[in-house]
Design a protein. Structure first.
Length: 213
């Protein structure tokens, strides 16, 4: 899809997307036979000097029903870990949510306070704030620094497209994780089958000062 190409170039990251598993009668095994690994070192976000314009300040809703602007209220000034889910998923989405919970638990207290986990719904028409809140509670991740996002379908599609995560259906979203040091424009794609400690370490590295600044 042509509209997804700019983000791949902007992030400057290697690694191909893993398709959502166990849906629509097919699986994509690309990358699954290799040992779990993270993407190469994070690179500066290029291709846009205005992150608010690029990511958009689209109005969304969190799991508590609060209206939030995607860049100004969710991303700006933060160290983030983004992933895409839909609550009717019975395989990858719950597994990855529990994986990220384990990542948070593997962090020391200082790092855990810095990282905001952002889970975006690929099924906005069914994933209301109430449904997302129930999903978060079910998996033990309904906490202040874990934000679940939904909204009007067109708005969610716009945001997911900018992240390179928009699929033809809710099931077709990528399972790749996206870690971002938003203030310093450093981004990294991470495979969801990477070890918990490796993911936590990648986030720890993102707290290190940027060389030359």
């Amino acid at each position: 899809m042509k509209r997804l190409i700019p983000l791949a170039l902007a992030l400057g990251l290697a690694g191909s997307a893993l398709a959502h598993e166990g849906h629509e009668g097919h699986e994509t095994q690309q990358g699954h036979d290799a040992a779990p690994s993270t993407a190469p070192a994070a690179q500066p976000l290029t291709g846009t000097r205005d992150a608010r314009t690029y990511f958009t300040d689209t109005l969304l809703r969190d799991q508590n029903g609060n209206e939030v602007r995607f860049y100004s209220d969710v991303l700006q000034g933060r160290l983030v870990m983004l992933n895409v889910i839909f609550t009717h998923c019975n395989d990858a989405c719950p597994l990855i949510t529990r994986k990220l919970k384990a990542v948070r638990e593997a962090m020391d207290d200082d790092l855990a306070k810095q990282v905001y986990f952002i889970s975006l719904s690929s099924d906005a028409e069914r994933d209301t704030p109430e449904v997302l809140k129930a999903f978060a509670a079910k998996h033990g991740v309904d906490s202040p620094n874990w934000i679940f996002l939904t909204g009007d379908k067109a708005d969610m599609d716009r945001v997911l497209a900018r992240l390179g995560q928009l699929g033809e259906s809710p099931e077709a979203h990528s399972t790749l994780l996206i870690a971002g040091d938003v203030p310093n424009k450093r981004w990294s794609k991470i495979r969801p089958d990477a070890p918990v400690n490796a993911i936590a370490q990648r986030l720890q590295l993102m707290t290190m000062p940027v060389v030359g600044r």
